[in-house]
Structures are given as structure tokens and as C-alpha cells.
Write a protein that binds this ligand. Structure first.
Ligand code: NCD
Length: 340
């Protein structure tokens, strides 16, 4: 009898010590993870693994209650938003995210009123601003600008859009929206529609989606097909189907990610005129779609989604805007080392 008790006791002890080892190991691993975010630049979504992205999505979820009331997690910290290109959502949501975490913001939304007008270059602007802030969100019309800024900057740089190249924080909020709306990312049939050549959001999103087990449909006019370098990077990781016709795939897909034709990035206005208004999602389109189709759009919308779609349950693009706040709160908190 005593032997059985002893055995049971030892078993229990072993179980408890295994549990504590596992606990310590996971704590250690999450610490290692957090160290990977602290002080890190966010330049390209390609720099992130699936585990790291999932960790950011988890941290974003944890920010939901703080976004609803606010906190002093980043009190005393300053975010500089340097926007050399127009923006509504990205700049304001970065600023709102910082304010909700108790931090402050400085910056400009119009480079013409800064010393750039006098001929100051990006490197000197960055080397100046780093004296005033703890972290920088940069939007610039030139591809490679965020990377260049990161090379000069002592502060972490968050790429808020680098020309037609990438928009990594938008991709993170797009993934967060997918997970929230669909409960998962794996297994989804996702169509990216519109300007896949000049649209930076779809470049980052395609890189990010290639880390998941999804079916990717790329729908664009011939002249605006997804960039070769993106296709090359993802084609061995994910199933891709390219098409110019949207109607063919509407009944099969779970997610429709619509984008604006990027008028300002066309070298030739005549080329823009040929593709302007080429895709338009309206109530007729939805009749042929799955009931639980989710429609996303990074916004701004021009004419590619009819206003009549806004009140349908499929339209989730304004929910996507809210998700931008929590994802950017998580990024600020992780990169500034306030959360692990
Ligand atoms: C996008 C951008 O600036 O790349 N908007 C955004 O950041 N939400 C999309 C666009 O301008 O079409």
C-alpha cells in the first residue's frame, strides 16, 4: 500500500516538475520572442516569420480592451510621423494608437512645409528627428526609402508605405481582420483584386499570406498584374491563380480584397484611362457570392465598391479600419519594449 502511495506521489511530483519546466521554457521563449521585437525596424513583411506574425496578432487582440478605454503604457514616449505622401488612415491610426497608450506624437503630413522644401535630404531629416522622438513612422513616395531611413536612424523605423513597394503594417491589420472575421487564415480562398502592380498593400499582403495554407487568386488587368518579384518569392509556398476576370471566381472565394487603381503611380495617364473603373463590386456581384464572403479594402475607395455594398454583412472594410488601431498599438508597444 505504502509503495503505491509512494509511486503515486512520485508520479505527481514528476508531473508537476514537468509542468514547471514547460512553464519556465515557454516563459523563456516568449521573452526571447519579445526581445526580437524590441527596437526592431518594421520595413518589409518578408522579414517576419509566421510565428512572429501570429505573436503580433495575439498581442493586437490583447490591445482590444486598452483601445476601448486607453492606458499609460507608453507614457513619456514620443512617436514621430513623417509623411511625405498623402494619408488619412495610416497616419491618424498610428497617432491614435500612440495616444491611446498614453504616449505623444509629433510630425508632419505635408513635407512641403518642412526643410525638405529647402533641399534637406531624407537622411538629415531622420538624423534630426531622432533627437525628438523614440520611434518613427515614415511614409515616402520612393521605394527603398524606409530601408534607407533605417540605415541612418538610431530609432526604430516603421514603414508606413514605401512608394509602390510595401505597406507591412497594413498587411498585419489585414491578417488580423481575416482572423477576427473568419476565425482563421489557413484554408481560406482569397482574391486580391485591382491594381496589383502599383498597390503596395497587396504586395505586403501577398508575402504575408504565403506563410499560410491558403489559395490565392490574383485578379487584375493584364497591365497591372502582380509584380514578378512578389510572384517569384511566393510561388513555391502558396497556390496562386492569376486571372483578368473577376466574375469567374466570385462564387468560390471566401475573401475579396479590393484595391484602388493607383492613378498617381501611372507614368502615362492614357494607361490609367484604359483600366479606370475596370472592376466594380455591387449588389449584383454579391448575389453570386458565398453568404459569408468577407469584403476588405485598405481604403481609400474610389469607385471599385458601390456604396450600396456598405450596408451588407459582407462589407468589413470599416471594421478593418478599427483593427488598424489595435494592431498599431501592439506594434508600438512591442517595438518600444512595453509588452512582452
Ligand atoms: C493604401 C496606401 O496608402 O497604400 N491606403 C492605406 O494605407 N490604408 C491604399 C491606397 O492608397 O490605395
Amino acid at each position: 500500500m505504502a509503495v503505491i502511495y509512494l509511486q503515486e506521489f512520485l508520479l505527481q511530483e514528476t508531473f508537476l516538475s514537468i509542468k514547471s519546466v514547460i512553464y519556465q521554457l515557454t516563459t523563456f521563449l516568449s521573452l526571447v520572442f519579445s526581445l526580437r521585437f524590441k527596437g526592431r525596424d518594421i520595413i518589409s513583411i518578408e522579414d517576419f516569420s509566421r510565428e512572429e506574425i501570429n505573436y503580433i496578432l495575439k498581442s493586437s487582440h490583447a490591445m482590444e480592451p486598452l483601445a476601448a478605454k486607453s492606458s499609460d503604457m507608453l507614457k513619456g514616449k514620443i512617436l514621430a510621423t513623417l509623411f511625405f505622401e498623402p494619408s488619412t488612415r495610416t497616419r491618424l491610426s498610428f497617432e491614435a494608437a500612440m495616444l491611446k497608450l498614453g504616449g505623444s506624437t509629433i510630425g508632419f503630413a505635408e513635407a512641403e512645409i518642412t526643410s525638405v522644401r529647402k533641399g534637406e535630404n531624407l537622411a538629415d531629416t531622420i538624423r534630426t528627428v531622432e533627437n525628438y522622438a523614440d520611434i518613427i513612422a515614415l511614409r515616402h513616395p520612393l521605394e527603398g526609402a524606409a530601408k534607407l531611413a533605417a540605415e541612418f536612424s538610431k530609432l526604430p523605423i516603421l514603414n508606413a508605405g514605401s512608394g509602390a513597394e510595401e505597406h507591412p503594417t497594413q498587411a498585419l491589420m489585414d491578417l488580423y481582420t481575416l482572423q477576427k472575421e473568419k476565425g482563421k487564415i489557413d484554408g481560406l480562398k482569397i482574391a486580391l483584386v485591382g491594381d496589383l502592380r502599383y498597390g503596395r498593400t497587396v504586395h505586403s499582403l501577398a508575402y504575408a499570406l504565403s506563410l499560410y495554407n491558403i489559395e490565392l487568386h490574383l485578379i487584375s488587368p493584364e497591365t497591372l498584374r502582380m509584380r514578378h518579384e512578389v510572384i517569384r518569392a511566393i510561388k513555391n509556398k502558396v497556390s496562386i491563380k492569376e486571372d483578368t476576370n473577376l466574375d469567374n471566381i466570385i462564387p468560390q472565394i471566401d475573401v475579396l480584397y479590393v484595391t484602388r487603381i493607383q492613378k498617381e503611380r501611372f507614368p502615362d495617364p492614357a494607361e490609367y484611362a484604359k483600366v479606370k473603373g475596370i472592376y466594380r463590386i455591387d449588389l449584383k456581384t454579391l448575389k453570386r457570392a458565398k453568404k459569408d464572403l468577407v469584403i476588405l479594402h485598405p481604403l481609400p475607395r474610389i469607385d471599385e465598391i458601390a456604396y450600396e455594398v456598405d450596408n451588407t454583412p459582407q462589407a468589413r472594410y470599416f471594421q478593418q479600419v478599427w483593427n488598424g488601431i489595435v494592431v498599431r498599438m501592439a506594434l508600438l508597444a512591442l517595438v518600444l519594449g512595453a509588452v512582452k
